[in-house]
Design a protein around this ligand. Structure first.
Ligand SMILES: NC(=O)c1ccc[n+]([C@@H]2O[C@H](COP(=O)([O-])OP(=O)(O)OC[C@H]3O[C@@H](n4cnc5c(N)ncnc54)[C@H](OP(=O)(O)O)[C@@H]3O)[C@@H](O)[C@H]2O)c1
Length: 244
């Protein structure tokens, strides 16, 4: 998306990004901080979050928060505790980027590993439901909050051999659409779906191993869209799907 963000687009905004330590989530976190946001970096590998924290501080951007959380095992209680800390420290939440996901295996359905199915659904969908549900009170405290659900081409149209990944993203899209409908005209929260499309990350390399990564767009190429959906210029967008 061609979008020229104002340098202070996200000044003073409090934005939580899941899967902030790597891939698209890392670039989005750094970009949001560059445009003035205080970013809450949620991820499972603390060293990656700390490296990103240092990078953001060294660049002179607003000090981010760090939430070490493994979404494959997280509970409602863990998320409630996090919500309390965010409320105490920041008073509200203006943005929530659901980005963390795992690919799982790409095999015929009849061979799909049972534990793997549950794990992919837990990370890619159940935790997304829990986070959204339990962070709603904080989002309602914002004058204009944006929730972005990351999907995929196979979330809109599930295809053979994509297994739990496609099912989980299909479910994510369902949740996003339900919520957008429910919140339309009744709140200051907007809800949209973002499909980044094939992007040069380790997930894409695992999904399509024979592909030359140099032929793919980079996470940086997507940042116009990621900024647009978090900033005031998208305040009227709700229930839509945006493709990178
Ligand atoms: N890349 C593409 O071509 C593409 C296409 C369509 C959709 N997407 C979607 O875009 C989003 C970002 O994908 P990506 O390509 O950037 O993937 P990625 O490079 O694999 O990064 C995924 C991020 O999610 C985190 N994560 C994974 N499991 C987690 C868990 N249990 N708890 C907390 N964090 C966890 C990872 O943390 P660690 O680094 O600690 O493992 C990492 O920071 C995903 O929702 C993906 O489905 C990507």
């Amino acid at each position: 998306m061609e979008y020229e963000a104002k340098p202070d687009l996200l000044k003073g905004r409090i934005i939580l990004v899941t899967g902030a330590g790597d891939g698209i989530g890392r670039t989005a976190s750094l970009t949001y901080a560059r445009y003035g946001a205080t970013v809450i970096l949620l991820g499972r590998t603390v060293s990656k979050l700390e490296t990103l924290y240092d990078e953001i501080i060294q660049a002179g951007f607003p000090e981010p928060g760090i939430v070490p959380m493994d979404l494959s095992v997280t509970s409602a209680q863990d998320i409630e505790q996090m919500a309390e800390v965010i409320l105490d420290k920041y008073g509200r939440l203006d943005g929530l980027l659901h980005n963390a996901a795992i690919l799982g295996e790409r095999v015929p359905f009849e061979n799909y590993d049972l534990d793997q199915f549950s794990r992919v659904m837990q990370v890619n969908f159940n935790s997304v439901f829990l986070l959204t549900r339990l962070l709603m009170p904080l989002l309602k405290l914002s004058d204009s909050a944006s929730v972005v659900f990351t999907s995929s081409g196979v979330g809109a149209r599930p295809q053979a051999y994509w297994g739990a990944y496609a099912v989980s993203k299909y479910a994510v899209e369902g949740l996003a659409k339900l919520l957008a409908d429910e919140l339309e005209n009744t709140s200051n929260i907007r809800v949209n779906i973002l499909n980044p499309g094939a992007t040069r990350t380790s997930m894409r390399a695992a999904a399509v191993p024979g592909e030359d990564p140099q032929t793919l767009k980079t996470p940086e190429d997507l940042m116009g869209l990621y900024l647009y959906l978090m900033g005031a210029d998208s305040a009227a967008e709700n229930g839509k799907t945006f493709t990178g």
